[in-house]
Each structure stands twice: as C-alpha cells, then as structure tokens.
Design a protein around this ligand. Sequence first.
Ligand code: PXL
Length: 260
Amino acid sequence: MKTVLTIAGSDPSGWAGLQADLSVFASLGARGLSAVAALTAQNCLEVKATFPVPASFVKQQVFALLDEFKVDAVKIGMLGSTSNIKAAAEIIRSAKLHNIVLDPVFFSTSGYPLMKGTGVAAYKALLSFITVVTPNLAEAQALTGLIVNDVESMKEAARILTGLGAASALVKGGHLKGEAVDVLYDGKAYRYLCTKRLKGDNKIFHGTGCILSSALAVGLAKGYSTGRSAQDAKEHLIETLKARGGRRQTNTSAYFTALG
Ligand code: PXL
C-alpha cells in the first residue's frame, strides 16, 4: 500500500482540509498520514477564525512520521503562515521528499483569508520542489501577478509557474464563466482537462480543491504520470460531489481535449 502525507489545515466540517485529504487517501486505497499546519473554526458555510500552528511544531509532526514511514507522495494544502510555507520547503529539501502536490490556499470558498501575510514570495520559493501546483484562477493571479480569467491567461500563468520551478502546473478553471476547463502544462505541452459542470447547492463544492489535489497525490504515489493522475483525480472529485448530492448530467467524466 502506498503512503501519502498531507500537510494542511484542519476543517472540522470534514469536507475540506486534512480531514477531506485523509478520506480521499483512504477511499483510493492509500495509507494517509497528516501534519496539521493550521486550525480553523468553521462550518460548510463560513470560516469564523484560523490559528496557524508554529512552524517548529509542523516540522516536529512531519519528522516524527518520517522516522517511521516511507512517504510516496505529499499533498500540501492550507499552511496558514509564511513561516509554515518556508518550513514546508525545508522539510521537503532536508528529507528529500518527492511527488509533491501544492494547493496554494489563500482564501476559503466563502472569501475568508486563510493566510496570515501574503505568502506569495514564500510560495514562489517553494515551487522549485513541486511536482504539480494546482491553483484556481484567483490563486494563479496572486502567484503570477497576471489577471487570470480565461484560457489564454491560464496558459500564461501555467507557463510562469513552471518557469518558477514547478515541474507542472494545473490551473483550475472551475470559476471561469461558461465551460470549466483546467489547463495542465508540464513546461513543454498544454493539455486541457474538461468535465461537464455538476449543479448543486454551493455547500457541496466546499473543499473541491483539497479533494482534487489529494487524489492527484495518490496517483503520483502509485507511479502514474501527472496527466493520468490529474484525469483520475478529476473523476474521483466528480464521484465525490455526486455522492454529496451534486446533480448528475448525462456525461460527467473527465477527458483531455484539444482547444482551437
Ligand atoms: O478549500 C480550501 C481550504 C483548505 N484548507 C482548509 C479549508 C479550506 C476552505 O475552507 O478550510 C482547512
């Protein structure tokens, strides 16, 4: 069985954060480990407060796990502070970890800030350790300084993110107007990952970024390519959202497509 570590924030509601990550790992047949980088007080509708864990204690949690386990992939989610972003880079470098998925979390779906400070410079420095970075439009915009609101600007953002050192970038288009397209770039070629949109109460989409990045990490842990892992992760996300009550459309499977 492969082992996947999440370094992320706690979401007591269970649908986002490390609780969601661990349930993804379990349902995809991986052993899940977790290190808590931040606490939050929230429900599915609203974040009330956040409390970053001190960087030294984040490191202590991870190094205790690494004393016992061989880790096949890592998912990094909400870190909550610039010092925790720096700690993540130190951990990866010193433990020589690989297959790292970074979901750069700045805000909750409801718009509540989940980072103390901007974190942008520290995230940029972390990118050279990252296998796949998975920003949504707002996060891609924060990291690149571009206005990211269509497929062309998503492509440009993905190019900048790989230029900063990430092996691949998956820029997620869930917040695009019209069809949702995710852009995957590996420094050489662009691929466009599509699905039909699911409809449903806003609440069911809480934690979608966490689910996608965790499932992607499991794919990498199993030795699959980034493209295959991204496609499988999106399929898994769709199944999870349907189970939460997302309304089915005729064909909701994930597929790579060519764009004009
Ligand atoms: O989906 C971003 C996210 C990540 N991590 C935690 C969260 C959220 C959104 O609310 O609570 C802990």
